[in-house]
Design a protein around this ligand. Structure first.
Ligand code: MN
Length: 228
């Protein structure tokens, strides 16, 4: 096929214990999936209507990167989240079959321009520039479910400059992974290569230039990096 210019190489993530890379297709995110975080944001949890949004695939940043402080914000926030990686997909996936589509798990940061998000919320405008900016999705190497199973409980933590910022257990998620996949697949046809950020617990706060972060999904994945 002839292209007018060379197509972009796919964004990829490492898979622990393998030389094979995970090619990223799309990045889906769920909001308000931990009650204490919804409370700190002054948002109500609507059990019937989970909040979904997307980031571009090329927003992923690998482990051990320096992320330049983003433009157009004075309030870059961290949101530590478990990340689910799919090796297959479909539409209208039943919750009891959903985990068969999961290749593995990692930990990531849903970086957020909180000031732009607050303005968007106040004006009823879209969140894209608050959530889907360049390098807004650092993600660890993925661990295969074939190796670790499908974790139901694990501590999800974020330290910044050696100090604890966020700490919860993934068992506290309002919508568990299988239900997120089932509900997302009613809105979008999921595909191999999709990543799902599963929501953040309480404790979101600012990252500043020079900050060093360490995100952990206990016993499963670690993500390090710093803000330039
Ligand atoms: Mn989030």
């Amino acid at each position: 096929m002839d292209f007018v210019f060379a197509p972009h190489a796919p964004a990829t993530l490492a898979i622990a214990g393998s030389d094979a890379r995970f090619p990223v297709h799309r990045i889906y995110c769920i909001g308000r999936n931990y009650a204490e975080h919804a409370k700190e944001m002054g948002a109500a949890v609507d059990r019937g209507n989970p909040v979904f949004f997307c980031k571009p695939a090329d927003a992923v940043v690998a482990n051990d990167a320096t992320i330049p402080y983003p433009s157009a914000t004075q309030e870059l926030h961290h949101e530590v989240e478990m990340v689910v990686a799919l090796h297959s997909g479909g539409a209208a996936i039943a919750a009891d079959a959903a985990l068969t589509h999961v290749l593995g798990y990692g930990v990531g940061l849903d970086l957020t321009r909180r000031d732009l998000q607050a303005t968007a919320k106040a004006k009823g405008l879209p969140w894209d520039s608050a959530k889907g900016f360049d390098r807004s999705a650092p993600v660890s190497a993925l661990r295969r479910a074939a190796e670790i199973g499908h974790p139901q409980r694990a501590a999800l933590t974020l330290d910044v400059n050696g100090q604890s910022r966020q700490r919860a257990d993934i068992a506290e998620m309002i919508f568990p992974v299988a239900e997120i996949i089932a509900r997302l697949s009613l809105l979008f046809e999921l595909q191999a290569g999709d990543l799902i950020f599963t929501g953040t617990p309480a404790g979101v706060a600012a990252l500043r230039p020079g900050d060093r972060y360490l995100a952990r999904l206990e016993g499963i994945a670690e993500l390090r990096g710093d803000i330039g």
